[in-house]
Design a protein around this ligand. Structure first.
Ligand code: SF4
Length: 106
């Protein structure tokens, strides 16, 4: 890779970071959520859904969360508000474990 190409890529990365920061400031962290273009209903268990169906949807939701740059903000909100469904790359049960571990550390 040439020095010019490297410099171009560095400038582009800096620009992307600056743009992300502007969005974050303007819209809050939700403006950067990887799930913002997805059907959020996919992140919640539906009434009478069987476990294998829910597990498949949890897996799919977590694929979205895996690439999300605001995962920690999302997780903290879910922990604070006791949200249902997949938030911050975790299920409700996983968040209960996190809460328990945090309580033990105190
Ligand atoms: S971590 Fe997952 S649920 Fe939270 S904002 Fe990102 S994609 Fe959405």
């Amino acid at each position: 890779m040439s020095a010019e190409t490297r410099r171009y890529l560095e400038l582009r990365a800096d620009t992307e970071l600056a743009e992300q920061e502007a969005v974050r400031r303007e819209a809050g962290w939700q403006g950067l959520a990887a799930c913002r273009d997805h059907d959020v209903n996919e992140f919640y268990m539906v009434e009478r859904e069987n476990l294998s169906s829910w597990k498949r949807r949890v897996w799919a939701a977590k694929q979205v969360c895996a690439g999300c740059i605001v995962k920690s903000e999302c997780l903290e909100k879910a922990l604070k508000n006791g949200e249902h469904g997949v938030w911050g790359d975790t299920t409700e049960g996983e968040r209960m474990d996190i809460k328990r571990r945090r309580l033990v550390k105190r």
